[in-house]
Design a protein around this ligand. Structure first.
Ligand SMILES: Nc1ncnc2c1ncn2[C@@H]1O[C@H](COP(=O)(O)OP(=O)(O)OP(=O)(O)O)[C@@H](O)[C@H]1O
Length: 362
């Protein structure tokens, strides 16, 4: 397995790109460590497939380099990059048995018979498909077919990286969680460098140790699932991750503090003096409480989602969500919103612009 480096990578589908918007990938600099479990997360059109195709060699980048273990591979064709890929739809040979399907990538590389057998049985045991080894692949259910497809991706231990491209698309919703946790377990056993591409936050956060969040051809944050939840570096990450996402509220900054509707709102720490631009407060619904004092708002909707209630209130024209467990208000009621200071962040032009005060509870 290998460390993957993307250096000053840019890609445009136009012949003469001029503005940043002409680039499907703006500028990507990234190191993926050997043996890490990564997710590439972002909405449709943000550039995930473009990036994946550039790493696998199906597409040449307009600018920049790709290195595997510090060796340049930018000019190598896909078959010389030594990558295993698992796609949205199962890629297996229907006429072959499950055993032969799993053995295929190894036999193709002239691996000795006894080693093929050992590895196929190991992978089959990890995937819990040992009892299917003699079955013909054609008769398998879609989720078992995709399991075998994953097995084919994992069977070789000499690949640089295993890339999964939305691998759970065809899986029944009630089986998704099973395969999701299975993949995480497989990574822990196989310890290969894995990149999991998805637009689904649950899949990304369950699988990856580090999640790379993309928006409009740019990486907006790389972090652990906890980092992304606790300290979104960009308002997009705050919106995209969480349910409901982070509240992003226009505010005024003066005298070193932030104000909404003339009321001072305590922030997590100091404001970064080097940043400028549109000013907004970011606060997750989990850290908004209702009380006697605070920012006045009118309750619009209350949803009981089982473990807690999601209250949607209007502060003037501005919608604010709060997650609460008890003392549920009624729609139409006047309430006061209180933001937990250690979780109240300022964003300037959508980028985080406060530093957490040392020792403040997060
Ligand atoms: N072959 C192409 N020619 C021109 N533009 C393209 C081509 N492929 C992708 N694009 C554009 O590049 C941008 C990034 O697309 P890309 O497919 O990489 O995103 P994605 O995040 O993988 O989305 P999805 O999940 O929908 O596949 C989009 O604006 C898309 O319209």
């Amino acid at each position: 397995m290998a460390k993957i480096t993307l250096s000053q990578l840019r890609h445009s589908y136009f012949d003469n790109p001029k503005t940043p918007d002409d680039y499907a990938l703006k500028e990507i600099d990234l190191d993926w460590d050997d043996g890490g479990a990564y997710a590439l997360l972002g909405p449709s059109g943000c550039g995930k497939s473009t990036l994946l195709n550039i790493i696998s060699g199906l597409r040449a980048p307009s600018e920049g380099r790709i290195l595997f273990d510090d060796q340049g591979v930018t000019d190598l064709p896909p078959d010389r990059r030594n990558i295993a890929q698992v796609f949205q739809f199962p890629v297996i040979y229907d006429t072959m048995s499950v055993y032969d399907n799993l053995a295929f990538p190894l036999r193709n590389r002239q691996v000795a018979g006894h080693l093929v057998d050992k590895r196929v049985r190991e992978i089959a045991q990890m995937l819990e498909v040992e009892d299917m080894l003699d079955h013909r692949a054609a008769g398998l259910s879609p989720d078992n077919k995709q399991k075998i497809s994953m097995g084919r991706g994992l069977v070789r231990d000499d690949v640089n990286v295993v890339m999964f491209d939305e691998p759970l698309t065809v899986i029944d919703p009630h089986l998704k969680w099973k395969l999701r946790s299975k993949l995480k377990e497989l990574h822990q056993r196989v310890r290969a460098t894995m990149i999991y591409v998805t637009h689904d936050q649950t899949e990304a956060l369950t699988f990856a140790d580090q999640v790379v969040v993309m928006q409009e051809g740019e990486i907006v944050q790389i972090g652990t699932p906890v980092d992304l939840f606790e300290r979104p570096a960009h308002t997009f990450v705050g919106h995209f991750i969480g349910s409901p996402g982070m509240n992003v509220l226009p505010c005024e900054v003066k005298e070193g503090g932030a104000f909404i509707e003339g009321q001072n709102v305590a922030l997590e720490g100091d404001i970064d003096r080097n940043k400028t631009g549109k000013t907004q407060i970011g606060i997750r619904p989990e850290y908004v409480a209702l009380g006697d004092q605070g920012l006045p708002a009118i309750v619009k909707k209350v949803a009981d989602v089982g473990r807690h209630y999601v209250v949607e209130a209007l502060m003037g024209e501005q919608k604010v969500s709060a997650i609460i467990k008890q003392d549920v208000p009624n729609p139409g009621e006047q309430v006061h919103l209180q933001f937990k200071p250690a979780q109240t962040r300022l964003y300037m032009d959508d980028w985080l612009a406060t530093t957490a005060r040392e020792g403040s509870a997060s």
